[in-house]
Design a protein around this ligand. Structure first.
Ligand code: GLU
Length: 217
């Protein structure tokens, strides 16, 4: 098990994500990371305890959207490079993922043949590269994630942010995903304790649903 969290709203996303990850630590993990989607995409990730991640995080940020992850390795050792979030080469698409993408090897070979370069041993890393290709073909983020899901086999819950695209897009198949609805923002997580200090209004997407969290909800 691992944990994912996402937040978008009117507040600094950084402390909300940091506390959310700490609330999910009962699920077990070997690495952790955060992507802040503000005027730039800033990714921080570290193998080991959350305190290792905290030691490289700034105190606060100006980002009002972001995603976070506690990893329980299935593909690749627990290292900084294998920790999530994973990105494409330019670092403008970031993904956190819980679960296993069974056909990642085939997808990775295909992507490499089109020139994509990988920096981790994870199954997850195919997702940001696939999303990048769909965005480059002119799709919006929701449509891009929908198209990518068509290509994936396995079980997963994942969340995506992309520079220049509004909000956080997430989906699930066989792995948990819960949404939290606050007056000024929205949350996603593997489990309610991640954001329970902020809202108790929750909803549960079903397998195959694509959710789009924006500042409006
Ligand atoms: N399969 C992914 C990895 O090994 C995600 C593992 C998880 O659920 O934490 O990085």
């Amino acid at each position: 098990m691992c944990g994912i969290i996402g937040y978008i709203g009117g507040d600094d996303a950084l402390p909300i994500l940091r506390e959310g990850l700490s609330n999910l630590d009962y699920r077990g993990y070997d690495s952790a990371g955060i992507a802040l989607a503000g005027s730039s995409m800033d990714v921080y990730k570290k193998q080991g305890e959350l305190s290792a991640l905290t030691s490289i995080l700034p105190e606060r940020s100006t980002a009002t959207a972001g995603i976070g992850h506690t990893r329980w390795s299935t593909h690749g050792e627990p290292t900084d490079a294998n920790a999530h979030p994973h990105t494409n080469e330019s670092g403008d698409v970031a993904v956190v993922h819980n679960g296993i993408i069974e056909n990642y090897d085939t997808l990775k070979t295909e992507l490499e043949s089109r020139g994509h370069e990988f920096t981790s041993e994870t199954d997850t890393e195919v997702v940001p590269h696939l999303v990048e290709e769909e965005l480059a073909s002119g799709l919006g983020l929701v449509e891009a994630v929908s198209a990518v899901v068509e290509r994936l086999e396995g079980s997963y819950a994942f969340a995506v942010v992309a520079a220049g695209h509004d909000g956080i897009v997430a989906t699930r198949r066989g792995n948990p995903l819960v949404l939290g609805h606050a007056d000024h923002g929205a949350f996603l997580a593997s489990d309610v304790p991640a954001f329970v200090e902020h809202t108790r209004r929750v909803s549960y997407p079903e397998d195959g649903d694509i959710v789009h969290l924006t500042e409006a909800g």
